[in-house]
Design a protein around this ligand. Structure first.
Ligand code: SAM
Ligand code: SF4
Length: 443
């Protein structure tokens, strides 16, 4: 059925920061076609559901969201399903959900405008190709940014951890070219970014050729970006222990703009489990990396990802994870119950751990992490900390921002969005800090 071309769009992104980045790029693409963002609270003519396949029952949630888009008169907006669920289950979505007119994979969304035209002409279109040329060259140049911005530098993964769908949904590891990244970073800074977080499924596997034609790793890119005068902070995520080179570790001791924060997922604290996960590092080699990072940057805040209840995980093996947490003292962590992903080797392994046991392990792990997170935050009380102001708080005179160690801080003061201001920390909780701005800006 022919529909008139959409005038307004809404992009709903779920899951990781890379999806947030992709969602922003899709929004820019649609805006370039003259389609406007739908005003808050109003129906959009075109809705992009930018999905994540990592969480449990991901596909079910997508069908639920599609159902909720149905209007009272029985019609639906033009619906596009994008992201990793689209890549993994696109055909089934098309078969099960007639309201969906477009299925677009994470490597194909630069073709969204053509797909929207075809869908408006009554076609149903699927594009889950993983073309050799990257989508990035076809995307519009960046024109807007808040004080913090994401910049995808690397995509895909060749590691094939046995529980993970990413190598299947995002494809092989690809690094974007150095010059394109420097250009995109400069544009983000010109449009207001003071902090850039470099993103990749294995961001520290990024490699490229610098302006002199030398092959460099992520530290080379960070060094170049640190030379952009108005860029104040650089972060990167997510890293794999095996790609944590000494050069990148050294950069933490040498480049002031590289923030003292490292997210280095370990997944489990037991070598048998790590081997079954195909993580290709051991507990000892992981701890040794952290030691080297702490040697060059003693104040570094450490973060990690954990999976509890991987098939075959015993109580004693889970307790090894708690011991690892005790040894590291993370400033924050993400922890997940193992969830079987169709097509991954772990899904058909023996010894699936009962849900109640996984739940109980998750609570114990989170209690240990919360304890360390609170201790880490409490150590800031009475200290002065530089905060990058991201937005206004709900209370009069209240502002929200982040410390160099990625702690969320709300403070009372007279700031402006995008400024770096000194804040005296007055109290700490497990998830955030509160404080007072020390220098009030002149009117
Ligand atoms: N590349 C990163 C790494 O190596 O750790 C992380 C990528 S993955 C998108 C983010 C996190 O989701 C993983 O670190 C893992 O803890 C979690 N995860 C992935 N697959 C999972 C599964 N099947 N069940 C539970 N958690 C999972
Ligand atoms: Fe997934 Fe990360 Fe393992 Fe790659 S390294 S397979 S993205 S968990």
């Amino acid at each position: 059925m022919l529909t008139s071309p959409p005038k307004t769009y809404r992009v709903k992104s779920f899951g990781c920061q890379m999806n947030v980045y992709d969602g922003d790029r899709m929004a820019e693409l649609l805006a370039e076609q003259g389609i406007a963002p739908a005003p808050e609270g109003e129906d959009a003519d075109l809705v992009v559901l930018n999905t994540c396949h990592i969480r449990e029952r991901a596909a079910e949630k997508v069908y639920h969201d599609i159902g909720r888009l149905k209007r009272d008169d029985g019609t639906s907006p033009l619906i596009a399903v994008a992201g990793c669920v689209a890549q993994a289950e696109g055909e089934e979505i098309m078969a099960r959900a007639p309201a969906v007119k477009m299925v677009v994979g994470p490597q194909a969304y630069h073709r969204l405008p053509e797909m929207v035209r075809a869908a408006s002409a009554g076609e149903r279109v699927t594009d889950t190709d993983m073309p050799a040329e990257t989508k990035f060259a076809s995307l519009p140049r960046r024109r807007r940014s808040g004080p913090t911005a994401f910049l995808t530098v690397q995509e895909g993964c060749d590691k094939f951890c046995t529980y993970c769908v990413v190598p299947y949904t995002r494809g092989a590891e690809v690094s974007r070219p150095y010059a394109a990244l420097v250009d995109e970073a400069q544009r983000l800074v010109e449009s207001g970014a003071r902090e850039i977080t470099l993103l990749g499924q294995n961001v520290n596997a990024w490699t490229g050729q610098n302006a002199k034609g030398q092959t460099v790793g992520l530290e080379g890119l960070v060094r170049e970006l640190a030379a952009i005068p108005d860029l104040a902070r650089i972060r990167y995520t997510t890293s794999h222990p095996n790609d944590m080179t000494q050069a990148l570790i050294d950069a933490h001791g040498e480049i002031d703009k590289l923030m003292p924060f490292l997210h280095l997922p370990v997944q489990a604290g037991n070598d048998r489990v790590l081997k079954a996960m195909n993580r290709s590092h051991t507990v000892e080699s992981y701890l040794e990396i952290l030691e080297r990072v702490r040697a060059v940057r003693p104040d570094i805040a450490l973060s990690g990802d954990f999976i509890v209840g991987f098939p075959g995980e015993t109580e004693a093996e889970f307790e090894d994870t708690l011991k690892l947490v005790d040894a590291v003292r993370y400033s924050q962590c993400f922890s997940f119950k193992y969830s079987p992903r169709p097509g991954t080797p772990a899904a058909t392994m023996d010894g699936h751990v009962p849900e109640t046991m996984m739940h109980e392990r998750l609570l114990r792990l989170q209690a240990a992490v919360d304890r360390d997170q609170l201790a880490f935050n409490a150590a800031s009380v009475g200290q002065t900390c530089e905060v990058l102001v991201e937005r206004r708080g709900k209370l009069p005179g209240q502002w929200l921002g982040k410390s160099p160690w990625l702690q969320s801080i709300h403070f009372i003061g007279e700031a402006e969005i995008g400024q770096l201001v000194p804040v005296e920390i007055t109290s700490a909780g497990p998830k955030s800090l509160a404080g007072t701005q020390l220098v009030i800006l002149a009117a």
